[in-house]
Design a protein around this ligand. Structure first.
Ligand SMILES: [Mg+2]
Length: 410
């Protein structure tokens, strides 16, 4: 029997920070897992290096479920983004090893392909309507068939999801929201101004691009349940595919109020870590899409359980796929998405060329669809020499204040 012989934590910064777990077996098979938590990278690296790596040595790499339970129950301290990202990294690395050992892509081990490819959406944005239209056209030219729409809000400065003025395709804000520096930048916010403005944006986009293209929008946890319900109602004429993170959904019961007010489809969960964060949302059908990432939700093993639970309630996937999900995490999402019945849509922000020089991927992008490829395991190679040439440097997501200075949700 092969055993886990070596566990390495690899940190790199090819235009942004990534933490990658590399597990090596006594047979010389290696598996990769993504452990990147945006702005808290070194905490997960320490959790893995100091507390998880020593207890993995000597274990059977084939026992994925047992290892998952060992790390989850064995820590005594449960849940939370750092713990669950660390468990996810181990879990995904073991799936990678199992696939390579079997000579099959991971999606085959999960039950095989349910579809020919995964519909993916990109991030269009603009400081104003003409810039937004240009951005949507650029995304359509890149093959996107579904598009997230974000704009600036009149009277406010920089807001989430909108490309900074004068930025280039490689550095624009919708490409990489984390900013280098020792502390986060600050933004200002006015929910009422946003709620007045957004329906006019969707009216303009539908007028220009027609009724067919799926359009998405992210509310970034900023509204109360009543405000979210009002906004959902005002978007109903524009057939918005989903309204994402309309409230800070730790208060799961708050979504009951949103549902009373609007039939607008809702997506939630990118900052959730476990099935228990979704218990009320799923059993009461308060959302339509699960936004979790494999990377932040305990890996393929746990996210598959969430999706199987969600499938009973006709709730689909919409896995988180920003640039801080590494190509390893993205590949894991694609294998899972290809194999589950209740796939909905996949977020897809392309990684920089520098990132792809460290992480060599086998996934493909064609006609608006992603596919994980046919290589055994996840299909991602990590080039350690290239990775070592990009040193960690602190970078943080912005923080957000109301115009009177009150801290608000970013
Ligand atoms: Mg989001």
């Amino acid at each position: 029997m092969a055993t886990i012989e070596k566990v390495d934590v690899l940190i790199t910064n090819p235009t942004r920070n990534f933490v990658t777990l590399k597990v090596t077996t006594s047979d010389g098979v290696t598996g990769l897992g993504d452990a990147t938590v945006n702005g808290r990278e070194l905490a997960v690296a320490s959790y893995l290096r100091d507390h998880v790596a020593p207890i993995l040595i000597g274990r059977d790499p084939e026992q994925i479920e047992d290892t998952w339970q060992y790390l989850y129950r064995g820590a005594y301290w449960r849940r939370g983004p750092i713990t669950m990202a660390a468990i996810a990294a181990v879990d995904v690395a073991l799936w990678d090893i199992k696939g390579k050992t079997a000579g099959k892509p991971v999606y085959q081990l999960l039950g095989g392909a349910m579809r020919s490819g995964l519909l993916a959406y990109g991030h269009a944005s603009g400081a104003d309507i003409p810039q937004l239209f240009d951005s949507i056209r650029e995304h359509q030219a890149e093959g996107y068939r579904a598009i997230r729409v974000q704009t600036a809000v009149p009277g406010l400065g920089q807001v989430y999801g909108v490309a900074a003025a004068g930025s280039t395709a490689q550095s624009r804000y919708d490409y990489e929201p984390a900013r280098p520096g020792l502390r986060p930048t600050e933004e200002g916010w006015d929910t009422r101004a946003y709620m007045r403005h957004l329906p006019t944006v969707f009216e303009a986009v539908r007028g220009e691009f027609g009724p067919e293209i799926p359009l998405l929008h992210d509310g970034h946890h900023r509204m109360t349940p009543n405000q979210a319900g009002q906004l959902g109602r005002s978007l109903e004429p524009y057939d918005v595919f989903w309204l994402e993170d309309c409230t800070p959904a730790e208060n799961q019961e708050g979504l009951r109020r949103v549902r009373e007010l609007t039939s607008q489809p809702l997506a939630i969960g990118e900052i959730f870590n476990t099935v228990w964060d979704y218990q009320t949302l799923i059993t009461e059908q308060l959302i339509d899409y699960v936004r979790s990432a494999v990377t932040h939700t305990g890996g393929i093993t746990h996210l598959k359980k969430i999706m199987d639970f969600a499938s009973i309630y006709q709730i689909k996937s919409g896995f988180h796929g920003p640039t801080d999900i590494s190509p390893v995490g993205q590949a894991a999402a694609l294998h899972l998405g290809l194999a589950i019945h209740n796939f909905g849509i996949q977020e897809y922000m392309r990684h920089s060329d520098e990132t792809l020089s460290v992480f060599e991927t086998s996934y493909t992008w064609k006609d608006g669809l992603l596919h994980p490829g046919e290589n055994p395991g996840l299909g991602v190679e990590y080039h350690e020499d290239a990775g070592a040439s990009y040193e960690y440097s602190p970078a943080y997501l912005p923080v957000n204040r109301l115009l009177d200075g009150t801290m608000h949700d970013w």
